[in-house]
Design a protein around this ligand. Sequence first.
Ligand SMILES: [Zn+2]
Length: 278
Amino acid sequence: MASRQHLAWLARGGKWRLCAPGIQLRDQLRAAGYTVYDLGNEEHLDHQPPEDHTPYSATGWPARTAPYGVVFAVDIMPPDNVARAKAGKPPLPSLQVLGRKLHDDKAARLFPPIKYINWGPVDDQHAVHCSWQPGHAQTSSSDTGHIHISFRTDMADWSGAYDPLGGDLGMSASEIIEAWAVGMPKTSGGSTVEPVKWRVRDEAWQAATSAQLSALTAAIQAMAKGGTSVDTAAVIAAVRDAGTQTNAVVQALQAEVEDLRSRLAAAGAGLAGGTAAH
Ligand SMILES: [Zn+2]
């Protein structure tokens, strides 16, 4: 049954446009190979109250009644990386990676028009609802299988530079792997290649530890040869000094492990896929 708002909109000619930030995001993602939807299907158009996939949303924000004729939402579907591989195309970032990027870029004020985003940080079968109206709030969501983005009613004509696939997201996996294998500390996009950073750090740690062991061995050999004439106080000081340095290294490593753990949690399950439709 067509809703009152749906019928009224059809009677007025059924015209609509997507808000400007939605057009920009949709077209960037479609160009990359994603399927992106904007105007909702009949179910959306007849839903009460009409929401942001309709050109007559009654759930807008900050204006509850959205500008008439403007659609304020897009849905991004999971990339079919199996089909892409068969076609010889590079894989696209999963919705976990892309959702995290959009979420973090909104939080960092790089893409202000987002009102809320429903996305699956872990996989495409679970979702959370993250809103900024205006403060950030997160709740669980049943809107799974895609990324839903709703835009602010006061930014229908927003135009700013924003690239959802910028940085490493836009880079093919093969470039990261190559940088890793060759030992390049940075990618062409300027991002740090983490495994290379870890290797450099580990090699430095091993060198420092080896030097300390050499110094200790020399001190012990001197003690063994010198008998009572050796400066015992100096040897003890050297051992204590080596111990202090080792503690500092261990503490630095622990801090780095904590940092990596939080970053891994933030990165989520970047390789998850799925084919749910909305
Ligand atoms: Zn949606």
